[in-house]
Ligand binder design. Structure first.
Ligand SMILES: [Zn+2]
Length: 410
């Protein structure tokens, strides 16, 4: 089945782009941490994109991934909670690759946050479409079938592994059907040699090949700086399906949450059954846990996290106000556990972290650093992570990420 559309669509304005790479693995081939999945990757990239945006301006979120953990639903609620967006924000989950991200971006109304997430290689990126920035215009699309890699409903993968067929009858035949009068500045979804063959100049390596690749390419084009008044053409590829879009002049705020890569820590796991989930307890704790919200006593102002029926400061049982807790944190005390337990890789470090100047302390796991590599008084921030997977249900919450001078800043 072939569909071709070279009619230019309406412009959308890309205001900000945020990127996130897990700290594990090789520079251009990252591995998700054991406490990461497509949902936590989406949250990290979305928060990076929203650093310069008022969350109240976000009216719609589009998640594009082929790796969302809950195919039957509930990913969206976790992403909205992790991003700190209202639960009535419109959100849609799209199964797609890099061309689907271009479609979501070029058709986006102001106030739309588009996030793409990949788990192998791992990375996520997001773009906020607002009323300022650089225009992105759809300039071509072709949808063709060339299922060289397959994954069925049971997760079984197969790779047809015929690079010549892919190049000639997949990518090549699809490119022949598109308008090639404008040179391509960046290609998302293609590995090194194929990206070089279609780009007019030496392309920058991108860390992912799925939906987030289109957004990483956008970040790279925005950072490279564009000749005044000139547009740049972006190609997005998934198998034999292609999308083209033109990025106009204008400033895009790029925020990268990317640290230098390090080897995945080794550890041991214990055999045995893991704790099963209580969905009633999961539901009760969901908002406070995923939104990091404390209850403030209306009488004396004491904060309680998690919420308590009776105030610890004055004993009041009156209703409380929900207040968001600060994310910046300092290690109050910690312990590194070496005893293997089912469901966790040991050793692991648990820290009691004091949040900003709130006086609230939370007990969370260390993330993004080897167990035992931090000490009392170290500073960092709380980040949205997978706490456990119980009975197949991802249980999200927060972990302590220590400050690190290898962080890339835009
Ligand atoms: Zn009180």
């Amino acid at each position: 089945m072939t569909r071709s559309n070279t009619t230019a669509g309406p412009d959308s304005m890309i205001t900000a782009v945020g990127t996130y790479l897990p700290p594990w693995g090789a520079a251009r081939r990252r591995t998700p941490g054991l406490d990461e999945d497509a949902v936590t990757l989406c949250v990290a990239a979305g928060l990076a994109a929203l650093r310069s945006v008022d969350p109240a301006d976000v009216g719609r979120v589009v998640l594009v991934s082929r790796d969302l953990p809950l195919i039957e639903g509930s990913n969206s609620a976790a992403v909205l909670a992790g991003l700190g967006l209202r639960a009535d924000t419109e959100i849609c989950e799209v199964i797609g690759g890099a061309p689907a991200v271009l479609d979501a971006l070029t058709g986006a109304a102001p106030g739309t946050l588009v996030i793409g997430a990949d788990t192998s290689p791992a990375g996520a990126a997001a773009a906020y479409c607002g009323t300022s920035g650089a225009a992105l215009t759809a300039s071509g699309r072709i949808t063709r079938s060339m299922p060289v890699v397959t994954r069925d409903a049971f997760g079984r993968r197969a790779d047809y592994a015929d690079p010549r067929l892919v190049r000639v009858r997949g990518l090549g035949a699809s490119l022949d059907q598109l308008d090639r009068s404008v040179p391509i500045a960046a290609a998302a979804g293609l590995a090194g040699r194929d990206a070089k063959s279609v780009c007019a100049t030496e392309p920058r390596d991108l860390p992912t090949e799925g939906p987030s690749a289109a957004l990483f390419a956008l970040a790279t084009l925005a950072e490279l700086g564009r000749p005044a008044g000139q547009m740049q053409r972006l190609l997005a590829v998934e198998q034999a399906t292609l999308g083209l879009a033109d990025l106009g002049p204008g400033e895009i705020n790029v925020q990268r949450d990317e640290r230098a890569p390090r080897p995945v820590p080794s550890g041991t796991t214990a055999p045995g059954s893991e704790m099963s989930i209580s969905l009633a307890a999961y539901e009760r704790a969901f908002d406070a846990k995923l939104r990091l919200v404390a209850a403030r006593c209306r009488r004396c102002g004491t904060l309680a996290y998690p919420h308590r029926y009776r105030c610890l400061g004055c004993g009041s049982e009156d209703p409380t106000d929900a207040v968001a807790l600060p994310r910046d944190a300092e290690i109050y005390t910690l312990s590194t556990i070496h005893v293997p337990v089912p469901g966790l890789v040991s050793p692991y470090t648990i820290v009691v972290a004091e949040l900003g100047d709130s006086g609230v302390r939370v007990t969370v796991r260390l993330t993004g650093a080897a167990a035992g590599s931090v000490g009392i008084g170290d500073r960092g921030r709380l980040v949205f992570r997978l706490v456990a997977v119980r009975s197949g249900v991802p249980d999200y919450g927060y972990a302590f990420l220590p400050d690190d001078d290898t962080e890339v800043t835009a």
